[in-house]
Design a binder for this molecule. Structure first.
Ligand code: ARG
Length: 576
């Protein structure tokens, strides 16, 4: 283990626990005054009825900080200030350097984690909300996998329901070939709107659409064939988007709403048996405990509508049960816009009441905010339409290409193109991931593609710059394994301290599903590296020992940046 804050926590935890008489968190965090500080004594003052400085002093007397800490003292109202030993920092960097995984241990008990994300709808525009879900979900899937979990990806596409009546009739009107073309190039929004327009304006069409829904639900083969066509063409378009975006989703990850059709009746039946279903205004409902509307009345999940049909709620109940019972998921994570929070919290409560969820299987909802345009309203095209994702990705790469041409004229045309692809897509992903997930964020091309600040291009460039040091010096980083690190300059010290936080940052981000922590961390690493690189000559260091040590710092920094970006789904090219 190389997780510095965690190592400090472990050194202090026993002393804290002895003094408090019960397990106590030392509350270790980065400090302005020292390297780290432990604030655990402050909350103990009340329960122990002792001055916090006294408590902190006793903890320090009892603690065995070993060779990790060079200096520790009680400060202020009762903080413990910790100054790390340079040798310990050097040792941690050496450990990271000699390890394939940069000191990031795999989890001791891997879990089967199911991530439900992306979830676009068939024959309907895939909007920026789906883009956010796709980007966040992909990063989470990669991160969990990197830590050693067994990850199951699930793409819960909207491929069933009453709109398919009008969509199929529209398909018949324009012809299957035309429909297939429109859908596979991503004109899903137009296809949907035209069907909708006819449905609203033409009573004859609306009647056909209604009859078509009945045929679909009763399994009429010809209707199912047409429905399949809509689903397949849309899925083909989704896959194009995923590939352009470089996300891991594959066609086999799709388990759309329709895949639960045969489980809807049985799930409702099970809830009836358990006494969790109630008749209300002709519909069959579940009223999970603790959910009331503004009027104080309990709010329902709809199990079966009054016309006998099933909807989004029932499908999600069936999916949840299936994921626990059949797929044996231990942790289930849903990534959608925050607007669906209530739906999922009610779903989980029903799941607990039904015994599907419990200590053996947990579910979490992690929502995200809205993507805003420069006018601070929901991002749209200038014509006010929703943006086609494939166009958005193309534009990112196009803009990146002109920046790369200007900043990296030394690269061949082909290399420039490859770099533009990863810089453009990286910028798009990073702009999303670096913002606190629950907040809305303003979509801004210039900012996300800037080579300065907390952006993908800045980190990618920092990485490539380090790699160029090795090229210039004609040094193979592999020859550095086992070399020793000496910490002399304060910038070396600061950099080493950030590097030794890598493991903890990844674990924390996986636990909280807060990927912006990884971004903020990588930005800190790159900033610390820049300060170091400005002050400390590497290839022309004063002696061989210093040169080798600094090269190790360079190599570990580059690998932390590349690995950190990779867990976010972003590629760091070696040259740019
Ligand atoms: N298709 C849904 C939408 O576009 C998202 C699906 C989310 N996942 C789920 N299990 N309900 O809003």
């Amino acid at each position: 283990m190389t997780d510095l804050p965690q190592l400090l926590t472990e050194r202090l935890a026993r002393a804290f626990t002895e003094v408090a008489g019960e397990p106590t968190d030392p509350a270790v965090r980065r400090s302005e005054r020292a390297d780290y500080q432990a604030d655990g004594a402050l909350p103990l003052a009340k329960t122990l009825r002792r001055p916090p400085r006294d408590i902190a002093t006793e903890v320090l007397n009892r603690a065995d900080l070993g060779d990790l800490v060079a200096h520790a003292e009680v400060a202020g109202p009762g903080f413990i200030n910790l100054t790390l030993a340079d040798t310990a920092l050097a040792g941690l960097v050496e450990q990271m350097a000699s390890d394939e995984r940069l000191g990031v241990a795999k989890v001791s008990e891997p879990e089967r984690v199911l991530v439900d994300y992306s979830g676009p709808n068939v024959a309907k525009e895939m909007h920026v909300g789906h883009l956010r879900s796709t980007i966040i979900g992909d990063a989470l899937v990669r991160l969990l996998g990197h830590l050693g979990h067994e990850v199951v990806r699930r793409n819960h596409i909207g491929d069933w329901g009453t709109p398919f009546g009008m969509l199929i009739e529209h398909l018949l009107d324009i012809g299957a070939d035309e429909a297939a073309t429109e859908l596979s190039v991503g004109d899903l929004g137009r296809f949907y709107q035209e069907a909708r327009k006819k449905f609203d304006a033409d009573e004859n069409f609306a009647e056909r659409a209604r009859r078509r829904v009945v045929a679909l639900q009763s399994g009429d083969p010809e209707t199912l064939r047409l429905w399949r066509l809509l689903v397949d063409e849309s899925a083909r378009y989704f896959q194009q988007v995923y590939e352009r975006l470089d996300v891991l989703l594959e066609p086999s990850d799709i388990a759309g709403e329709s895949s639960y059709n045969d489980q809807l009746g049985p799930v409702v039946e099970e809830l009836v048996q358990l006494g969790l279903a109630v008749e209300s205004e002709g519909a069959l409902c579940a009223f999970p405990k603790g959910f009331t509307g503004r009027d104080g009345k309990p709010i329902p999940l709809i199990l079966r509508k009054s016309d006998g049909g099933y909807g989004y709620d029932t499908t999600d109940l069936a999916a949840l049960r299936h994921r626990v019972r059949d797929l044996k998921a231990r942790r289930i994570i849903y990534i959608t816009d925050l607007g669906q929070r209530l739906h999922f919290e009610m779903l989980f409560e029903v799941g607990r009441e039904a015994g599907w969820l419990g200590p053996h299987a947990t579910a979490e909802f992690h929502g995200f905010g809205v993507v805003l345009g420069s006018d601070r309203k929901r991002l749209r095209t200038r014509a006010g339409e929703s943006i086609k994702l494939i166009d958005l990705i193309d534009e990112a790469v196009r803009r990146a290409a002109s920046i790369v041409a200007e900043k990296a004229p030394h690269l061949s045309a082909e290399e420039q193109q490859d770099v533009a692809q990863v810089v453009g897509v990286g910028a798009l992903k990073y702009a999303d991931l670096s913002n606190d997930r629950v907040k809305d964020y303003v979509f801004d091309w210039d900012r996300m593609l800037s080579f300065d600040g907390n952006t993908a291009p800045y980190l990618q460039y920092a990485h490539a710059r380090i790699r160029s040091v090795f090229r210039r010096g004609e040094i193979d980083p592999a020859t550095l394994r086992g070399a020793s690190v000496v910490i002399a300059d304060p910038t070396e010290r600061a950099l080493a301290m950030r590097l030794a936080e890598f493991e903890g940052v990844l674990y924390k981000a996986a636990e909280t599903v807060e990927l912006h922590r990884i971004c903020g961390y990588l930005y800190d690493v790159a900033t610390a590296f820049t300060a170091f690189y400005e002050r400390c000559p590497v290839l022309r260091a004063e002696d061989e020992r210093t040169r080798t040590s600094r090269l190790v710092l360079c190599d570990v920094t580059a690998r932390v940046l590349a690995t950190g970006l990779a867990t976010l789904g972003i590629t760091a090219p070696d040259r740019m």
